[in-house]
Design a protein around this ligand. Structure first.
Ligand code: FES
Length: 67
């Protein structure tokens, strides 16, 4: 799988569901900050599962620092 770019909100993080980096960041901002809930909200990781490491990396890199 291609490297995703955590700073590019338009970058597709999950090709199966078409989920973008920006969409996942918005969810994280809203407190939806774990893989299972992100998956449920976007459909990411419900296909091939190949995006799981990318989503985990984004969660690590873009932590929910907003209380
Ligand atoms: S790329 Fe996300 S489930 Fe396939």
């Amino acid at each position: 799988m291609d490297d995703f770019h955590p700073d590019d909100d338009k970058d597709i993080i999950c090709g199966c569901s078409g989920t973008t980096v920006g969409h996942v960041k918005k969810l994280i901002d809203k407190g939806v900050a774990d893989l299972e809930r992100i998956s449920r909200a976007t459909g990411a990781c419900s296909g091939c599962g190949g995006c799981e490491p990318e989503i985990l990396a984004l969660l690590a890199e873009y932590p929910p620092s907003h209380p």
